[in-house]
Structures are given as structure tokens and as C-alpha cells.
Design a protein around this ligand. Structure first.
Ligand SMILES: [Zn+2]
Length: 94
């Protein structure tokens, strides 16, 4: 997955998760009574969202040295992102 997409998805998940946790906090400190289960479903959904969102954000900022590839301008062969020369024809890679 693209790093920018990963970071964006992680940010959205994190925001939604934090929002749901805030909703739970407002419910707990704001209102009395009501059904107990309905009160805590945002907690059950929000907590995993925060964890997954944070994990995606962390993944998104890792250097992409092994996941990205370079395409040789001479022969079109793909090489590792940190390669300096094409393995097939020896041309210098960007
Ligand atoms: Zn080449």
C-alpha cells in the first residue's frame, strides 16, 4: 500500500476512534441512567480504531527502501528502491 494512503487512512481511523472515545466520556460524565450496553459500544469500536489507526500511522512514516522499486530507463527492468545500478544492463538508476 502507498505510504501516503496508509498515513491518511491511519489518521482518519485515529480521529474517528478518538471522537468515539470522547463520546463515551461525555456519556459517562454527562448523563445518568440509560441502557448500559448502548453507552459503551463506542468504546468497543473506538479503542480498536485508535490502536489500528496509530499502527497505520507508524507504518506510514517508515522509510520505503524495500517496498519501492526503480524502473531502469534503459531496459525497463525493476530494481530495488535503494539500488544504484540496473542489475540487467548496468545503467545508472535515478
Ligand atoms: Zn537496465
Amino acid at each position: 500500500m502507498n505510504n501516503r494512503v496508509t498515513r491518511a487512512a491511519g489518521g482518519v481511523l485515529l480521529l474517528v476512534g478518538v471522537f468515539l472515545l470522547l463520546v463515551v466520556l461525555m456519556e459517562v460524565f454527562g448523563t445518568q441512567g440509560g441502557s448500559g450496553l448502548a453507552k459503551f459500544w463506542p468504546l468497543a469500536v473506538g479503542l480498536p480504531l485508535v490502536v489500528v489507526g496509530g499502527w497505520l500511522l507508524q507504518r506510514g512514516v517508515e522509510p520505503p527502501s524495500y517496498s519501492s522499486t526503480l524502473v531502469c530507463p534503459g531496459c525497463g527492468r525493476r530494481s530495488r528502491g535503494d539500488a544504484r545500478f540496473c542489475a540487467a544492463c548496468g545503467a545508472e538508476l535515478g
